[in-house]
Design a binder for this molecule. Structure first.
Ligand code: IPE
Ligand code: IPE
Ligand code: MG
Length: 245
């Protein structure tokens, strides 16, 4: 059965964000090293990007590494970053060919020159593309993002570039890493964990949440389309009642 045909193409979410979780457990179930799960997870990333292109999603945000993830064993962190650099380098031509704009959100502090250069290069290479915006949350934390925004706002006020009474939700959003990116319509988290893990706390305030027990390396096109179909069954009321919509 072709699941894609069940999707109403006129009502696809503009922005889908994903907490890609469960790589370690996937590997452990197979008696393998956690890194093996991260490698297979990279194949899911590619599959989901292709699926998003197929149904005209405009923004896809993938949570690849949280600030909290630095607390993992060094060997795992190093392997993860090697995989990330490799994937970014190898897939840059795929991004160009498919008119995908690549963007990084997160803090630079703590990232090696290698990764910073790779991110910058691919961002520049793809900055005119407009079919799909692919946002990688790497070295990302939502609370630090909000604190950084507050600091920048304070500085702008001090320098006379911003007036206190002008601050509103729209202005505040412009100080976040996600400036110019619409809030997610749908958040998917794999692996059965029902939590947000310091991801897009401000931006998710009216996002539809979708949790699936599927582990990230098993999450492919079909699973992505299932999430979209479930999203299309929801009624987003934004505080109103059904009759007003
Ligand atoms: C998600 O899988 C990938 C990252 C957080 C980088 P995990 O590595 O968290 O896998 P589990 O949750 O331990 O199974
Ligand atoms: C969240 O997954 C971060 C990423 C997917 C990159 P974790 O596996 O780190 O989340 P917790 O620590 O279990 O909440
Ligand atoms: Mg995890």
């Amino acid at each position: 059965m072709d699941l894609k045909r069940e999707i109403d193409i006129n009502k696809v979410p503009t922005h889908v964000a994903i907490i890609m979780d469960g790589n370690g457990r996937w590997a452990k179930q197979r008696g393998k090293d956690r890194i093996y799960g991260h490698k297979e997870g990279a194949n899911s990333v590619k599959a989901v990007i292709k699926a998003a292109l197929e149904i005209n999603i405009k923004y896809l945000t993938l949570y690849a590494f949280s600030i909290e993830n630095w607390q993992r064993p060094k060997q795992e962190v190093d392997a993860l970053f090697n995989l990330l650099i490799q994937a970014i380098e190898q897939e840059s031509s795929f991004l160009v060919e498919n008119n995908i704009r690549f963007m990084h959100i997160g803090i630079k502090q703590g990232l090696s020159m290698d990764i910073l250069d790779a991110l910058k290069r691919v961002e520049q290479m793809t900055n005119k593309n407009d079919k799909l915006n692919l946002i990688i949350a790497l070295n990302y934390g939502s609370r630090i993002e909000i604190i950084e925004a507050v600091k920048k706002i304070a500085l702008d006020i001090k320098n006379g570039e911003l007036i206190l009474d002008d601050i509103n939700e729209n202005i505040f959003s412009e100080y976040l890493f996600t400036k110019n990116i619409p809030d997610p319509d749908l958040l998917i988290r794999t692996s059965g964990e029902i939590r947000i893990s310091n991801f897009l706390l401000w931006q998710l305030s009216y996002t539809e949440l979708y949790f699936t027990p599927t582990l990230w390396p098993d999450f492919r096109e079909r699973d992505f389309y299932e999430a979209i179909i479930e999203y299309q069954r929801r009624e987003r009321r934004f505080g109103k009642i059904s009759e007003q919509l």
